[in-house]
Write a protein that binds this ligand. Structure first.
Ligand SMILES: [Zn+2]
Length: 103
């Protein structure tokens, strides 16, 4: 357990002035956009009880940021109208464009 890096190490000084290492849980990280890796807005990680994760009800809410969601919707409609082809889209967007067109 102490060799694992899943717990954060903290140097602490005891009341007897001994240096010891304490192992603590890391703080939960903010969710990030799956395309551009920006932190997602409008999402609260924990409420007063520290349990639920709130997200927004938009398409791809909690997965993509607002800007990338708009890009994906634009690309999907361009493909449906025949203005673009699927292989003209970057790999990261392609997965979500396909998801949108499946609906
Ligand atoms: Zn993004």
């Amino acid at each position: 357990m102490q060799r694992s890096r899943s717990l954060a190490r903290r140097q602490r000084v005891t009341p007897k002035k001994r240096n010891v290492v304490h192992y603590e849980r890391r703080a939960p990280s903010m969710p990030h956009c799956a395309i551009c890796r920006a932190e997602l807005n409008g999402i609260s990680i924990r409420n007063a009880k520290g349990r639920t994760r709130k997200s927004n009800a938009r398409a791809f809410g909690g997965v993509l940021c607002a800007r990338c969601t708009g890009d994906v919707i634009k690309l999907a409609s361009r493909i449906e109208n025949g203005e673009m082809k699927l292989n003209e889209i970057g790999m990261r967007h392609r997965e979500y464009v396909l998801q949108l067109m499946a609906h």
